[in-house]
Design a protein around this ligand. Sequence first.
Ligand code: SF4
Length: 292
Amino acid sequence: MAKEDDLMAPGHRTCAGCGGAIAARMLLRATGPDVIMCQATGCMEVATTPYPETAWKVPWIHSLFENPSSVASGVVASLKKQGNDHTKVICFAGDGSTYDIGFGCISGMFERNDDVLYVCYDNEAYMNTGIQKSGGTPEYASTTTSPPGKHSKGRLGRKKPLVEIAAAHGIPYAATASIGYPADFKNKVKKALSIKGAKFIVVYASCPTGWGIDGADTITLAKSVVQTGMWPLYEIENGVKKFTLKLPERKPVSEYLGAQKRFKHLKEEDVAHIQKEVDEYWEKAEKSNCIL
Ligand code: SF4
């Protein structure tokens, strides 16, 4: 993969080690050049397209936080009118746009089953506006709007199960991925593009600035979240869930949590609580009809 041409130019303005930028490069390596990208507001828009420059070597449209999925639906309709049945339409957006602000339009696009691949790069907070909590922020994480203190352990409540919500619309394909597992991500993008209708992939994309990690540890962390069982890699194809990576054994979640400043305030019992939730998830998964 390292020898493949990049459709995203270097020299853009993301922070060193930005997982979103790595996700974008991996995505484009899987799609090839015959795509139209519809992008939401977010770090990857702000940092890659300061007027009059752009890092994107493919057609690219920026709209708002709210509506890149609606723009993509319009692009699909326009391509159909032109008789173009080869160009793929991709939505690329962060978790703020996907889990929260844009979800109404996304739900509409899923309901209509428009021929769009929606990829959410999930860095688990609103990073470009100042690290505020989003619906993708994990339990107990510290953000500027969920600070830990005397009366709080950080973000309360759990991250939304977005892949399951997407699949519940009856779309043909929904999956998780991580930039720590590029071949898995690439295979999922290729598979999604071979399917007609609406597709959804949420890719874990580390954020050194928002999480308090060294930029050099971006990929280590994107592997660790999978290896501790906190970010299972799976796909839901026509309603059937299948794990795409079987872990021989899970590492303790403390290894993942302890590496990040956003979880530094956690006490031993908080880490034990998260470990228990992860163990329960996998217990249920092993008993269910999912293919492990
Ligand atoms: Fe990337 Fe995070 Fe920096 Fe935004 S704040 S450019 S997501 S590393």
